[in-house]
Design a protein around this ligand. Structure first.
Ligand code: ATP
Ligand code: MG
Length: 573
């Protein structure tokens, strides 16, 4: 089926009009609806009433010249230019040229006019004008998109980028609401920006219970509205005068007619794809959604294309913002590591000096005076050397471990553990090094089957906690180690009767190099609890502490029997 074009012949000669009409209606390639006017006044009146696709305009009219009429038509009537073909007499080509300079598309010399020439000229004029219209529309679109892109990409702050994008797209598409939905790596994702910042949710439900209305909890915001479907059908908008738009959430609604009213056609959705490190398949970051609540809107291909092009620009902006954020994070990490290294150097020089001095003193006494020293004194000096060397070795190990935690997550290799056997051995080892002044009590209760843990990390946790309990009870006393197996987790209590920890210090003790203000001369580097916490977290567990100065300290560790894999970083699996 051919499109029918509306063509207006403006000519005072009825015979000529008849010829043109006949020629054009014979065109096998194009169909026309032909209008006629024999003077300028009639032509102007017609043009105001009916939109013409092409005009044949005689150069000489009874009430005005063709050129004057052309000028008037351009100024008054046409919003978009209609192609005009001038009809001139032989020898009047000069007028035709003038008309073309003012925007007429073509001219024809009446005396030379044949059927073929007229048909071809009109068809070409229409084609050319269509192309021009298309071109200017594309140019306008490109201009708008370029402006939008510029605004979106002016910022490197993700939140700002997204907010600008939704506001700009709303302007561009003249729609009610624009949203950016971001996919989460493991779950569904959420709306991260919306062009309608402040809105109320109207939730439709079957029934409202006492106290339901005006809910302000959970997913609800203060002022959200809950109405029944029945109320809704009577008055769809709770308060039409409200300056705040209403967004209808249909989560609770299963009424078909309402769903149809707000069906998915109201949304125009395009993906936001980020480039994927040279990988040909892009990474789907999220969705850009244009939404129309009011009235029926038929989204056009043009709308979709615009949204798509903005989404490409938005993707670039997001990628730049992410890169910046990554660089900033790397810089911050670098700074943190530098500070950490300085701390290590300071600690090493401080903490090493004292035991080294003792070792050197003991060693040189042995070297110089071994003959004068009896067996037991020699043993005492050797004991000092061994003890201090062990302490230094532990310090180095702890420092390496903490460094490893700072740089990357260490390997987490859980196995099914027999808790009774594991802790009996560990407590036995501890008892060997504990003097007579401390009594180590081990209790195990509950269901301890089916526990998965990493041996090395568990050892780190509990040797640190037990050694703290002993070390910070210089006057001796009991140290209780209690293990309680529950359905899906195991709880450990380590309780001592030692010096306790001042309230003000308790908050920071799980950070590296942090020590209580009451340690006095008790040696330590402040790394044990930081290591224990990191190991507990790798198990997906939790560690807390309660303490009172002079009364003692209780540390509670809870570990899930099966560590939730989702919590682990890829390097630790
Ligand atoms: P190390 O690195 O050798 O373990 P540290 O014992 O000082 O040194 P953490 O185990 O991290 O380091 O403990 C941090 C601080 O917490 C200790 O210096 C101490 O002040 C306080 N603390 C920890 N456990 C106890 C406890 N059971 N009783 C009293 N204070 C404690
Ligand atoms: Mg310690």
């Amino acid at each position: 089926m051919l499109d029918t074009w509306t063509l207006l012949i403006i000519d005072d000669c009825a015979a000529d009009r008849k010829i043109y009409r006949r020629y054009l209606l014979k065109d096998p390639h194009q169909s026309y609806q032909i209008l006629e006017a024999d003077c300028a006044e009639e032509a102007l009146a017609l043009c105001q009433k009916i939109r013409c696709d092409v005009i044949l305009l005689d150069f000489c009219l009874p009430d005005m010249s063709g050129l004057e009429l052309f000028d008037q038509m351009q100024q008054k009537i046409f919003e978009t230019s209609v192609p005009v073909i001038m009809l001139t007499g032989r020898g009047d080509e000069e007028i035709a040229v003038k008309a073309m300079k003012r925007g007429a598309l073509d001219y024809l010399v009446k005396q030379n006019l044949t059927q073929d020439v007229l048909q071809l000229t009109v068809r070409n004029a229409i084609k050319q004008s269509c192309l021009q219209a298309q071109l200017s529309k594309t140019q306008e679109r490109q201009r708008l998109i370029a402006t939008t892109a510029l605004r979106i990409r002016q910022s490197l702050n993700l939140e700002q980028i997204l907010n600008t994008a939704v506001a700009e797209v709303q302007q561009l598409l003249k729609c009610d609401r624009v949203m950016v939905y971001q996919f989460a790596p493991d779950a569904d994702g959420k709306i991260v920006a919306s062009s309608v910042e402040s809105y109320r949710t109207v939730t439709l439900c079957d029934r409202i219970g006492a106290g339901d209305r005006g809910l302000g909890t959970g997913d609800w915001r203060q002022g959200d509205i809950l109405i029944t479907k029945e109320e809704f059908s009577r008055s769809p908008i709770p308060n039409p005068q409200s300056p705040i738009p209403y967004i209808y959430e249909l989560g609770l609604c299963n009424c078909v007619s309402l769903k149809e009213q707000f069906n998915t056609k109201a949304n125009l959705v395009v993906p936001i794809n980020l480039s994927n490190n040279g990988n040909p398949t892009p990474k789907l970051w999220g969705l850009l959604i244009a939404h129309q609540n009011s009235g029926e809107r038929q989204w056009q291909t043009d709308d979709a294309q615009m949204l798509n092009e903005v989404s490409v620009q938005l993707a670039i902006a997001i990628q730049q913002a992410e890169l910046l954020a990554q660089t900033q994070a790397a810089l911050a990490k670098e700074k943190q590591l530098n500070a950490f290294k300085s701390q290590i150097i300071a600690t090493v020089s401080h903490e090493y000096r004292t035991p080294l001095t003792s070792i050197l003193a003991a060693a040189s006494t042995l070297v110089k005076h071994s003959q004068q020293l009896d067996e037991s004194k020699q043993q005492r000096f050797l004991g000092i050397i061994e003890h201090k060397a062990r302490y230094m070795s532990k310090l180095v190990n702890n420092m390496l471990l903490v460094n490893q935690f700072e740089l990357e997550k260490p390997k987490f290799q859980p196995i099914l553990l027999d808790l009774l056997q594991f802790f009996s051995e560990l407590i036995e080892q501890e008892r060997e090094t504990t003097g007579d002044r401390h009594e180590l009590i081990f209790k195990i209760t509950g269901n301890n089957q089916g526990f998965w843990g990493d041996r090395g990390l568990l050892q780190q946790i509990f040797t640190n906690l037990i050694s703290n309990a002993i070390k910070y009870s210089p006057d001796g006393g009991t140290v209780e180690f209690h293990l309680i197996g529950k359905e899906s987790e195991v709880i450990f209590y380590i309780k001592d009767q030692g010096i306790g920890i001042p309230m003000a210090d308790q908050e920071n003790l799980f950070q590296s190099f942090s020590r209580g203000s009451n340690v006095d001369t008790i040696p330590g580097t402040g790394l044990g609890l930081a290591i224990a916490k990191a190991c507990v977290e790798l198990h997906g567990g939790d560690i807390t502490l309660s303490s009172e100065v002079g009364q003692g300290t209780k540390v509670i560790v809870s570990l899930p029997k099966i560590c939730p894999i989702a919590k682990l970083s890829p390097s630790s699996t």
